[in-house]
Design a binder for this molecule. Sequence first.
Ligand code: ADP
Length: 533
Amino acid sequence: MLGLMMEKPLLVGSLLEHAERFHPEQQVVSRLSNGGVVYHRYKELARRTRQLANTLLALGVKPGDRVATLAWNTHRHLELYYACAGIGAVCHTLNPRLHTDQLSYIIEHAEDTLLFFDIDLSPLVAKLAGARAGLMRWVALGTEAETAKAMLEGCLAYEELLSAQSDELVWPELDERAACSLCYTSGTTGNPKGVLYSHRSTVLHALVSALPDCAALSAHSVVMPVVPMFHVNAWGMPYAALLTGAKLVMPGNGLDGASLYKLMLMEKVTLALGVPTIWQSVLNYLDERQLKLDDLREVFIGGAALDKTLLQRFEAMGVTVLQAWGMTELSPIGVVNRPLPDSGRLGAKHFEQEKLKQGRGIWGVDLRLVNDNGQALNWDGTSAGHLHVRGHWVAGQYFKQAESACTTDGWFATGDIAHIDHRGFLKLTDRSKDVIKSGGEWISSLELELAAQSHAAVAQAAVIGIPDAKWSERPLLILTLKSGCEIDLGSIREHLQNHVPSWWLPDRLEVIEQMPLGATGKVHKQSLRERFN
Ligand code: ADP
């Protein structure tokens, strides 16, 4: 027997409608590329989004069309998210840090019909102007006067387009399975792959991400996604904030310590989200000037492992650190680290170790660990294996790829290696492509890197496997150092042996000037392998 409740599709547009009706005065604060800060209320955001939707319709955008953005976190980018989704089109976020060849590939692959860009990115846009020749229109995110600076022939001006349109629109009824946004993986190996999110997956992800044991959002929160809107939809915050009526603070391209500090202070940010490297630069800025952020309660860290020093520095400021693990294919949240009621009774050392794990499962995402033969592993906190996931916001297939992205029994193989303890805390030990196989056993490059990073002289650490006649692979440690510091193999080995088994200790050390970083700010191990192998 079926239930007799109303059936209403889960649509992204409902989040904006809710924010407009119940939180009309709540603010979206945006730092623009010229350093100025502008304020919009949710009621204005909704009105402008309808004008934008009418603009898109006037420009001929049809349901399913991909509309590209090359933009920082601002209210305009947010309007694009909601206007595209609202009319059944797909907001395709492009990462400006990608190489132009990769961007051109992605634009062609997605068959984008329009590209909206922030004006400070116009030199990059000029390089892409040949992409989809004759098939693409370009819109600069500014006024006509500002757009003139973009110096791109035939380029349209966002604000002029909007003001020419009515702010009235009846949103179409859409299928909740319809696509609403598209984000390509960074493609460290092979071409980037498109992950196509649906209205349903996005709304469910927003609901769960707002829960108290996840980002804990409410109308009292002031949330700043430092993580860009082109990096897995700023981890879903542009949706979860409107769902809960939280104030949204958008840092634009001001991602340096000084700009972030200023904005967080001015807007009384309570929760900020970003990758560890961002927080290191913010904390350095604060420490050098003996500053504090009194309103900041929590930082949400993901994308790369949280190290002990970062945790301790935030805790010393009275800020709670929440680590999360996820990936583009997971919209992105997979696990989140919030203490359990009895975590405090573990004792300080064990509690800290638990906080350094990536986190526990959240409703909506199932996890399993399997060994190389596909056999399930126990959750005993030591048996590391391939991490598989499945759930409401996990990719089942990549865009324009006929085959499924899943195993034959319906799981998505994340490419990560992890173990899970009996309390459900997952600890990532490696990427499967980075794990070092030495004498038939696995050495975790991630654990070695975290251990090396805890040395006072070390700025950044990366570990790669290099071929070895006897052991098949051995770890090579690559470091950048803090200014004025020196280190040699003997002293780093001495430090490491307090943290990892002795057979993991690297027999070779390379100190380099600068760590090569990929488009999402992570160490680009492929170029290290090419350089040192
Ligand atoms: P890309 O592979 O393009 O960098 P994502 O940005 O989707 O894609 O990154 C996902 C990967 O980032 C995960 O598979 C995992 O290896 C790593 N990652 C994410 N969160 C964490 C975390 N908290 N700790 C360690 N690694 C993480």
